[in-house]
Design a protein. Sequence first.
Length: 446
Amino acid sequence: MSPHDAGRLRVHRSVATGLPLALAAVLVAAGTATAAPSRDARVIRTATLGEIPLGAFSNALLPGSVDDDHGVKLGGIGSDIYPAGRKGEYWTVTDRGPNGQIKVAGKKRRTFPEPGFDPAVVKIRVSEDAVRVVDAIPLTTTSGKAVTGLPDQQGRDEAPYTYDATTPLSYNPNGLDTEGIVRAADGTFWLVDEYGPSLVHVSARGKVLTRYVPKGLALEGADYPVVEALPSVFLHRKINRGFEGLAQLPDGDLVMVLQSPLSLPDGDAGDASRTTRLLRFSPREKAVTAEYAYRFDPVDVVDPSEDDTSELKISSVVAVGGDRLLVEERTDKAARLQLVELSRKSSILGSPWDDGTTSPSLEQLDDPAAVGVPVLAKRLVVDLNKVDGVQHKIEGIARVDRDTLALINDNDFGMTDGAGAFDAQGRLVDSGIKTIVTYVRLPEGL
């Protein structure tokens, strides 16, 4: 296939020779923001992913994985974005798949409309105002089965239910809620996952090579190697707020970041905290080599419309040279990008803050720096709330060049929470939110 053939949707050769021609037609919607003064960051281009039926997409990768897609379209690829080498092409990754919440007898249940959906690495090409899928690689176990996006462990993860929240589904120790993605020089991929939380090494063909999890997780029954190599304190991750961002430094080291503060010693402490953690991992040593404390700005600074500290999240980290990182602080409606520099002297790895019995915990400290905790210094690069044309819920950021970023939003597969997410026939009532790649020009280079 010609690299310029935008009319075809190609699947990785290890899985299939191609998708049906009907899927090659990608519907396009355009949108470009009005330019702001040159001294400010501004949107210079947008491109939109068209509608691709999720069942057809998934079954072309792993036949029979989705019995009924309930009218859901491919989405959720905005969990992260990473340059693929050729101009306008990027690697992205889906999260665990369509999911929502419905209250039953006053309690929320986590729904999985497509329990057989398999998270995938998706290569996209931005061409003018359209985003096209040009490659897709399913994530598989050692024996070639789908990892699925189902929760891993009863009692630790939310119980999964069918789309209408009426029927329990089975847990799956292979399940991954994939988020950040980078591609290594050898062609393999590294992903992060929210369930473990974990760091996942994946072959160029999508097979899970190793899943690195916190010490003491005791994940049994997985059909791939599981190594307990991360600090045990990360077992206290908040549900659905595990590792969200991943960056690859020039020396090959990886930096993964918790979406939200640990629930340490309990959920109330985590919800009130503004201190989350980053880990540095050496693929060569197969070990964590540093840990850093990161301090959020107050929630009403990040998002003037929000007063709930628990809404603060980090969704993306991007290497920008040396040991410098661009870090995205956000809520679902707002985002700001901060620049930090990692240093060995800032590491808290192996300190009392890695002991879950330390009281008060790192997360409980009102001002960690005041008691000697080496909190990462940061500098605001851009407040995306003030850039016209940027979508809500930006979860992926890629560096295009020294003064241009590519942003991608997570549209949650068009899902919304509540019993009204599906109509009486069990078809999705789509939110109308599209997956959009937005290019932002910065006033100063990184």
